[in-house]
Write a protein that binds this ligand. Structure first.
Ligand SMILES: NC(=O)c1ccc[n+]([C@@H]2O[C@H](COP(=O)([O-])OP(=O)(O)OC[C@H]3O[C@@H](n4cnc5c(N)ncnc54)[C@H](O)[C@@H]3O)[C@@H](O)[C@H]2O)c1
Ligand SMILES: [Zn+2]
Ligand SMILES: [Zn+2]
Length: 369
């Protein structure tokens, strides 16, 4: 079939919205009609050429939500008409990692997905017979996509898809960092560095876990105000002195749990230094630039601080994304406040501009019903 999609033709150039070919889903695959898709930093990171593992041409987009149109042979977990959230982090439920509670890093299709191919090593996307690769296994800046069944989370039909799409990446990453990776305990003290989509998700996650004190650190007053609405009990402006300010706020010790959601290695270091001696856990969510390193004084670790990293918040997507969406519908997470702009697929480059200008938290592409 012919579909419209935003193609990354050349790094550093605007995406080109155009007609491309999409083949029918093969065994284990699903054709999804996109209804909404958030514009995330990782799309921009790849489009800019900064991502060393990037490839072109490819259809970008990974924060998608839509409706199952058709299923390929052997697909049993979703059916035509189901509402789904796309997962760049799949869950096969069979591999050694899926069967272990300690990680969400499914191994089933990792190698092919990293190359922009579907699990059988080919693409369904093409143009004049030339293959176009599937970015992050999702390619959701498009009217339709074909994805593996194991990379789709079936969500309740009650959830508006233009908000459910945020659970496909940034929001689940922040929530999961607090709930799964750190497993924040009730009554504890938390610090979140960064109040973008991921950091605000972490603030909400700490609140849902029953944290008593949640300090949010950012450079933007506007974002700090939003953090307060999501549960931050104190807000601080970032900078070199902020670790001392955090120590002052936490009886001189630092916090039980700290989270980094900026992608800056200097802030990651602050997250480690602001964690409490004895048991403080610093969880790194941000993606650092190529070749950058995290510098930590080993004595901080000897005296009981720990460092963890979190991909997609440790969320096992098919099991947990539907649960997080349910919590949103119960009123526990204010997702509306994250949707700052609604744009059309043709405006996708404006979504990047808004992001670069830090105008709002998320732009969501609306494909129409
Ligand atoms: N681990 C994952 O699976 C995963 C998933 C999605 C995004 N990410 C990464 O998480 C990071 C955050 O993503 P986002 O979408 O929330 O980004 P964002 O740019 O919207 O938010 C980053 C925030 O950090 C703030 N900031 C900048 N310098 C600071 C400082 N010195 N101190 C405190 N705050 C500072 C900015 O003002 C901004 O609000 C990025 O690196 C992104 O690539 C990781
Ligand atoms: Zn993302
Ligand atoms: Zn798996």
């Amino acid at each position: 079939m012919k579909i419209r999609a935003a193609v990354l033709e050349e790094f550093g150039k605007p995406l080109e919205v155009q007609e491309v070919d999409l083949a029918e889903p093969k065994a284990g695959e699903v054709l999804v009609r996109l209804v909404a898709c958030g514009v995330c930093h990782t799309d921009l990171y790849t489009a800019s050429g900064a991502d060393p593992s990037g490839y072109a041409p490819t259809v970008l987009g990974h924060e998608g939500a839509g409706v199952v149109e058709r299923v390929g042979e052997g697909v049993g977990s979703v059916a035509t008409g189901d509402h789904v959230v796309t997962l760049f982090s799949p869950q096969c439920r069979e591999c050694v990692h899926c069967r272990d509670q300690r990680t969400n890093l499914c191994l089933a299709i990792r190698d092919q997905q990293g190359k922009g191919l579907l699990p059988d090593g080919t693409t369904r996307l093409s143009r004049d017979g030339e293959p176009i690769r599937h970015f992050m296994g999702t390619s959701t800046f498009a009217e339709y996509t074909v994805m593996p069944e194991i990379a789709l989370a079936k969500v309740t039909q009650d959830a508006p898809l233009d908000r459910a799409c945020l659970f496909a990446c940034g929001l689940s990453t922040g929530l999961g960092a607090a709930m799964n990776t750190a497993k924040v305990e009730a009554g504890s003290t938390c610090v979140v560095f960064g109040a973008g989509m991921v950091g605000l998700g972490a603030v909400a996650g700490c609140r849902l876990q029953g944290a008593e004190q949640i300090v949010c650190v950012d450079l933007s007053e506007e974002r700090l105000e939003l953090a307060a609405r999501h549960g931050a009990t104190e807000t601080l402006r970032g900078g070199p002195d902020v670790v001392q300010q955090i120590l002052d706020l936490t009886g001189g010790f630092g916090a039980d749990y700290t989270f980094e959601a900026t992608g800056l290695v200097d802030v990651m270091r602050q997250a480690v230094e602001a964690a409490r001696m004895g048991w403080g856990l610093a969880t790194v969510c941000g993606v650092a630039g190529k070749g950058e390193e995290l510098r930590v004084i080993p004595r901080l670790l000897i005296t009981g601080r720990r460092v963890a990293g979190s991909s997609f918040g440790g969320v096992k997507g098919r099991d947990q994304v539907p649960q997080l969406v349910e919590r949103y519908l119960r009123g526990e997470i204010d997702v509306d406040s994250f949707v700052s702009h609604r744009i059309t697929l043709d405006d996708v480059n404006r979504g990047f501009e808004l992001m670069e200008a830090q105008d709002g938290i998320r732009s969501v592409i609306d494909f129409g019903e």
